[in-house]
Design a protein around this ligand. Structure first.
Ligand code: PRT
Ligand code: ZN
Length: 286
């Protein structure tokens, strides 16, 4: 039985670039772009289907594709039988209910009785039910944000990222219904060979993602500060310490989490660290 995994990626849109970048950072080489619908990797048992994002959950559920990269919003809305395998950290957004700027919105119960335009009727109806809100859903497939201004609805439930689309259409965010990011989904029935390939792929993805979240850090410090610095930079196992030619000083190498970076730097300086270098990491195998 074949161990070649078929991965469905969005053909063109907000997910495409980051999906392709992630796969390429995993050291998997293939050609994409130029209207290609299908492609095969040169150096890993994987082939690619380039599709509209809305079609990806269905193709994965049917086994036409083995795995796919899609927004959690789409995966949740389509209600297909797929397994969410790994969140991928990009294309972060939220599905929110927005009302007109002039509406004096205070709490969820204000949504009662409203007509809400959305392309996400399933997620929205689940949310309304959960929160005991009685509102009607008007399903439309695009340009949801203009619905209130043309008298089609009182509110919208749409994807928000920066919020500027809402503002430029005279709307304001009232409630977050669902938070989303790109996710790797899989067909629930994969052969042993394909599951092995999926494991190999996930191993590479986690090495790349760990590296994105972490920086390599080198610094010089007086020997008396080393214990303090080790407590600030515990590293993967523990930091490397090498003596400098200058007596009483050492060079210390470690890693630091991207989101803790600025706080740690301040504390390192306070502890006497000098000549701090911070370097990107390509892969981390823990
Ligand atoms: O052609 P195809 O069907 O494949 O693509 P698409 O047009 O349906 O989807 P696409 O490429 O726009 O988005 C793909 C996925 O990216 C979505 O399903 C989300 O998971 C994610 N994503 C992240 C977004 C956004 N950010 C986003 N800002 N999807 C849509 N938007 C739109 C939103 O609909 C609204 O019109 O951007 C506008 C809001 O953006 P802000 O920044 O003004 O708030
Ligand atoms: Zn789409």
């Amino acid at each position: 039985m074949s161990n070649v995994l078929r991965l469905a990626i969005q053909k063109s849109g907000r997910l495409s670039e980051d999906s392709i970048k992630l796969i390429k950072e995993c050291g998997i080489e293939f050609s994409s772009g130029g209207g290609t619908l299908k492609s095969v990797a040169y150096n890993f048992p994987i082939e690619f289907l380039f599709l509209r994002d809305d079609d990806i959950p269905g193709y994965v559920a049917d086994g036409v594709a083995d795995i796919g990269i899609v927004g959690e919003n789409v995966s949740e809305e389509k209600r297909q039988k797929v397994r969410a395998v790994e969140k991928l950290g990009f294309s972060k957004c939220r599905l929110s209910i927005a009302v007109t700027k002039s509406f004096n919105y205070k709490e969820k119960s204000d949504i009662n009785g409203m007509k809400i335009a959305t392309s996400y009727p399933n997620i929205l109806s689940g949310y309304l039910k959960e929160n005991n809100i009685k509102a009607s859903i008007h399903e439309i497939s695009g340009s949801v944000e203009i619905a209130p201004s043309i008298g089609l609805s009182d509110a919208v439930c749409d994807i928000v990222s920066s919020g500027s689309t809402l503002i430029s259409n005279g709307l304001k965010e009232a409630e977050v219904v669902f938070r989303s990011e790109a996710v790797l989904i899989a067909c629930p029935e994969l052969s042993k060979g394909k599951l092995k390939t999926l494991d190999d792929l996930l191993f590479r993805i986690s090495a790349v993602r760990n590296a994105h979240n972490t920086k390599y850090i080198l610094l010089n410090a007086p020997d008396k500060s080393i214990d303090t610095i080790i407590s600030l930079l515990p590293g993967v196992k523990s930091p490397t310490i090498m003596p400098l030619a200058k007596t009483g000083w050492s060079s210390l190498h470690s890693v630091v989490k991207e989101n803790e970076f600025w706080q740690v730097i301040e504390k390192l300086k306070a502890a006497g660290a000098e000549g701090i270098l911070v370097i990107p990491i390509e892969k981390i195998i823990l």
